[in-house]
Write a protein that binds this ligand. Structure first.
Ligand code: C2E
Ligand code: MG
Ligand code: MG
Length: 514
């Protein structure tokens, strides 16, 4: 400060001295050159203006120079505050705005993001053993590696010391996250050669928080991933922890199921069970059966289709799986017929991807023809939500399936939030009321009213209505009173293996004991 004051005083003193000398010498020169008082006055005025102009230029130039320099310095200071001096990556102060912008973008595109914080394991011992230069070089290498993983426009920050942060945008699902984290893990597991040391191996612990699952506040997302990181470091170095513990386990299970399901299909580990559908008008008659996939990996508990079908749907394996089901069902029907059994049609569940596959009709046609079966041997089940999602395109596919001669059933009806009047527009034959409504029949009046409405509408539109998940005789009686006489549920039979179904077919006229 004293130096600044000294410089300012010197500049002022020089300015005053130069001003004084200018006035003294210019006045003396003027007096010796000009005698006329008028001319003298005019010259004095010009001299004054010349002085103002020159000093004005000097003031402009010096203030411009000083202010530019000051602004450069401020920019440089900001840069220092927002960039880590070692890696040149955005620093902790910049991280929050990085996450904030990312959250805003994700909100606009309705996509997900993951905020991942890293910490190099045992960084201080690397510093202690090899020295700080090697430590710095390691941080540099880490920064470059993570930059490669994050991509050219990737959102990466160096939070300080040995902590880094990556924001993954456009996250599809938990499996996508696991894959991206695995890429990083693989990159980090490569040996690094630093300075004169031989190659060293480093690992990093990671903590992950998710938008929108965990929070939509950037500050919280940072805090949560930090908390997850702390948990990862506590549990054991090199591990990854999600803020929401269950999510990662779920993601790994999905990947595992996906991989094993492929193998199970190849190894013929899958099986079809059949659940009869009955009509009760005085006596009980089997009017159909539904083919349901079963997967019992050797030495493990069975895995439910509720879990593996959506995974297969996402990975695309459902197309092969669906083709296998169609073919297997046709082969089974042919086998039963050859054994002299008279069979009701068999319902097959179609998934979204299958439904959208252009070759679907051809695929079913070929399977039926191979076993010399008529179109009426099958009923195709589609869920209400599937049809809602597909819109007009779905209607067109339905029309062509119908034109080909297939019966169509609308599965899980009531869960897709379509309006009841929407039913009148759909080319369908059967309506299967979702079992969640049947389970609630005795408890919730609103569900009872809804079921009554579904049954009377189905009646108006000439559809067969089937109640799914009937488990008690009370439910059966209530449904019959409401006008529904077709049932599928544990009260009558659980889904059973093909050989067990033969017995049920033979005992067609039996009464339920449920
Ligand atoms: P879904 O098509 O609605 O099948 C009916 C489900 O309800 C079956 O479950 C059946 O076992 C169960 N269920 C039947 N009666 C009762 C009952 O009285 N009480 C209870 N609690 N449950 C009953 P599952 O076999 O676990 O299948 C679940 C879903 O998986 C099916 O629902 C269907 O959407 C899907 N799925 C099964 N097999 C296939 C397949 O081959 N392809 C496709 N795309 N999806 C399939
Ligand atoms: Mg079904
Ligand atoms: Mg259903």
């Amino acid at each position: 400060m004293n130096r600044v004051l000294g410089t300012a005083l010197t500049i002022t003193a020089v300015y005053l001295a130069l001003g004084g000398l200018w006035i003294y010498f210019s006045d003396t020169a003027l007096e010796s050159m000009v005698d006329d008082l008028d001319t003298m006055r005019r010259m004095q005025t010009w001299k004054g203006w010349a002085y103002v102009f020159v000093t004005g230029m000097i003031v402009f130039w010096t203030s411009f120079w000083a202010l530019s320099r000051q602004s450069e310095l401020i920019d440089h200071l900001k840069e220092l505050a927002y960039r880590h001096p070692l890696t040149g990556l955005p620093s902790r102060s910049a991280a929050e705005s990085l996450v904030e912008k990312s959250v805003a973008r994700a909100g606009k595109h309705e996509s997900g993001i993951a905020v991942v914080q890293f910490d190099i394991d045992h960084f201080s011992s690397i510093n202690d053993s090899f020295g700080h230069d090697v430590g710095d070089e390691l941080l540099h290498t880490m920064g470059a590696t993570l930059q490669r993983c994050a991509g050219e426009n990737g959102l990466l920050a160096h939070l300080g010391a040995d902590e880094f942060l990556i924001v993954f945008e456009n996250l599809k699902d938990s499996s996508d996250l696991v894959e991206r984290l695995d890429v990083i893990r693989q990159e980090l597991s490569r040996p690094i050669s630093l300075g004169d040391t031989s190659e060293i191996y480093v690992s990093a612990s990671m903590g992950v928080s998710l938008y929108p699952d965990d929070s939509s506040s950037p500050t919280e997302l940072l805090r949560f991933s930090d908390a997850a990181l702390a948990r990862a470091k506590r549990s054991s170095p090199g591990t990854t922890e999600m803020f929401n513990v269950g999510l990662l386990e779920l993601a790994y299970r999905r990947l595992d199921i996906d991989a094993r399901l492929r193998a199970a299909l190849d190894k013929d580990e899958l099986e079809l069970h059949y659940q009869p559908i009955y009509q009760s008008r005085g006596r009980l008659e089997m009017i159909g059966m539904e083919a349901l996939l079963r997967w019992h990996p050797p030495g493990e508990d069975p895995i439910s289709p509720v879990e593996f079908i959506p995974i297969a749907e996402q990975s695309g394996l459902i197309l092969e799986l669906g083709e296998w089901v169609i073919d297997r069902v046709c082969a089974q029907i042919a086998q039963w017929q050859n054994a002299g059994l008279s069979l009701p049609p068999v319902s097959i569940n179609l998934s979204v991807r299958q439904f959208r596959t252009p070759g679907l009709i051809e695929q079913i046609r070929v399977a039926l023809d191979r076993h010399d079966l008529p179109r009426s041997a099958l009923v195709l089940e589609l869920t209400e939500s599937l049809l809602m999602e597909q819109g007009d395109a779905g209607r067109d596919i339905l029309d062509s399936l119908r034109a080909e001669g297939f019966r169509i059933a609308l599965d899980d009806f009531g869960t897709g939030y379509s309006s009841l009047s929407y039913l009148s527009e759909l080319p369908i034959d059967e309506l299967k009321i979702d079992r969640s409504f049947i389970g609630n029949l005795q408890r919730a009046r609103s569900d009872r009213d809804l079921v009554a409405a579904m049954i009377s509408l189905a009646d108006i539109f000439g559809l067969r209505v089937i109640a799914e998940g009937v488990e008690t005789t009370v439910q059966q009686e209530m449904l019959e009173k409401l006008g529904c006489h077709c049932f599928q549920g544990y009260l009558f039979s659980k889904p059973v293996a093909a050989w067990q179904l033969i017995e049920l077919l033979q005992a067609q006229a039996g009464t339920p004991d449920g």
